[in-house]
Ligand binder design. Structure first.
Ligand SMILES: NC(=O)c1ccc[n+]([C@@H]2O[C@H](COP(=O)([O-])OP(=O)(O)OC[C@H]3O[C@@H](n4cnc5c(N)ncnc54)[C@H](OP(=O)(O)O)[C@@H]3O)[C@@H](O)[C@H]2O)c1
Length: 338
């Protein structure tokens, strides 16, 4: 077997990704070597390039999402896995407590360990799952990180039920769009916000009931007039807009947060939180059970992740620029066979 591969390597903060030859990873006894057919971007990859992430280490091959074929297995891995088409749960070593990951052990593929923007990646065998058979490698690569984050935030944390009213803010985001698909599948009534009317229209085509632009100063009032209050709100923006979410939540509402794209949330009214009996729930990626349930869910409802753009592996730097501008509605995927 050859020992060199092509990969997108990040050599430091604010550097462009360089597409270069490097060594194929050496897999440990409990690991598998995967020949990746596709990988996908998350905002995390952009944060890492910007140096805005904990535990940075360079050089690194970024990329948390991937789909491909197992080509080699470590000596303690079941031989049956060889040749299987798989996706990777990128959240490794969660720990014993289902309620939260252990900060001592938890890590995400693509930093500090090398990730999927390469021809090959090695990962512990415990974190590979059969690729959903109804998905191509390109579609499957778009699923893992967004899928497990959306699944845990919506179902494990906020316990969203069929018939409940849900608001998803910034629906153009990768996790947000996946959450929209999941929530529609279980029969929730979904409303959205976005920076663009085009993205709201697309969300409505996917089954959302309606939406408003968060760029309008009176967006929350306008939304409340058409939708009423929400049982569940899913947010990854934070910032000033978050204050309005307390007004938009119904009594007993649950607000699930998995990101802070805009940054710090200004002063919140404790009265609104306790009087309305609100639950504010933090959520990060998911356990192995969340991931397994998410894959089962995707297979059951035959969910197809939305891919906006496909680029060759050699053009990962272009993908970073697309992520930076947040113009996309759906995932940016690298096709490693192009
Ligand atoms: N905790 C976790 O496990 C976890 C997992 C994944 C992601 N995250 C975090 O969650 C965030 C989203 O990740 P992603 O990969 O889905 O990102 P993404 O695909 O790049 O999407 C970001 C989206 O944020 C929305 N947005 C921007 N400004 C907004 C505002 N003022 N109000 C509401 N929405 C706004 C935009 O929506 P429109 O395009 O509709 O305007 C944009 O598409 C990031 O901060 C990421 O780091 C956390």
């Amino acid at each position: 077997m050859k020992n060199k591969m092509l990969a997108n390597i990040l050599y430091g903060k604010n550097e462009p990704l360089l597409f270069k030859e490097t060594n194929i990873p050496i897999y440990k006894p409990d690991e598998v070597l995967i020949q990746l057919h596709a990988s996908a971007f998350n905002r995390r990859d952009y944060w890492i390039q910007q140096g805005q992430y904990a535990g940075l280490r360079y050089p690194v091959i970024p990329g948390s999402d991937g789909s491909g074929l197992i080509t080699q297995i470590g000596e303690s891995v079941a031989p049956i896995l060889k040749g299987k088409a798989v996706i990777i749960n990128p959240g490794f070593f969660w720990g014993e407590n289902e309620k939260a990951q252990s900060p001592k052990t938890f890590k995400i593929l693509g930093m500090p360990d090398n990730g999927t923007f390469a021809e090959y990646v090695s990962v512990p065998a415990a974190y590979v799952y059969p690729k959903p058979p109804h998905l191509t490698h390109i579609q499957a690569a778009a699923l893992p990180l967004a899928g497990v984050t959306a699944y845990r935030a919506l179902f494990t944390r906020a316990a969203l039920l069929s018939g409940e009213k849900l608001l998803i803010t910034g629906v153009g985001g990768g996790v947000a769009l996946t959450a929209l698909q999941f929530a529609i599948a279980v029969g929730a009534e979904v409303w959205v916000t976005s920076s663009s009317q085009e993205k709201i229209t697309k969300a409505c085509e996917l089954g959302a009931k309606g939406g408003v632009s968060y760029k309008e100063p009176d967006w929350a009032e306008k939304l409340k007039k058409s939708s009423g209050e929400f049982d569940v709100i899913l947010d990854s923006a934070g910032g000033e807009g978050f204050v309005e979410l307390l007004n938009l939540a119904a009594y007993g509402g649950r607000i699930s947060i998995y990101g802070g794209t805009i940054g710090t949330i200004p002063a919140l009214s404790p009265q609104k939180i306790f009087w309305k009996q609100l639950s504010i729930l933090g959520s990060t990626m998911g356990t192995q059970s969340d991931f397994q349930e998410m894959v089962h869910f995707v297979n059951k409802f035959r969910i197809i992740p939305i891919v906006e753009n496909t680029l060759p592996l050699s053009e990962a730097e272009t993908g970073m620029k697309i992520i930076k501008n947040t113009n996309q509605t759906g995932k940016i995927v690298l096709d490693h066979q192009q």
